[in-house]
Design a protein around this ligand. Structure first.
Ligand code: ZN
Length: 115
């Protein structure tokens, strides 16, 4: 009998729970629209070992923008998603760990067309 994963009930060779767990740790960069149509870049998903405050300071200075750091999450004013990704990779994060959510820029195009 094949071993069955207690979490998803699938045989271990089909189970993707572990992969999902690794993906959960991924750093996610996304854009959000705040009041008055202002865009902010949200960087989240950091491991607890990471000094998010220091990293946030670094990102703010590299992107030359303002921002806030709270709850293990960095919010930068403006759209700096691509710059943040490059900066994180530059700082030694593996590119596959940094996930840039492109859906927001797609939304933006759609919205522009509607105007
Ligand atoms: Zn599983």
């Amino acid at each position: 009998m094949a071993e069955v994963c207690p979490k998803c009930g699938l045989p271990n060779e089909l189970c993707v729970c572990e992969e999902i767990a690794i993906e959960d740790q991924q750093i996610k960069i996304s854009l959000a629209r705040r009041r008055f149509g202002k865009l902010i870049t949200i960087v989240e998903g950091f491991d607890k070992d990471i000094d998010v405050k220091e990293l946030g300071k670094e990102l703010k200075s590299r992107c030359a923008c303002g921002g806030t750091i709270k709850d293990n999450k960095i919010e930068l004013q403006g759209d700096h998603s691509k710059k943040v990704k490059l900066t994180l990779i530059d700082m030694g994060y593996p590119p596959e760990m940094v996930d840039l959510d492109e859906s927001c820029s797609a939304n933006r195009k759609r919205r522009r067309r509607n105007r």
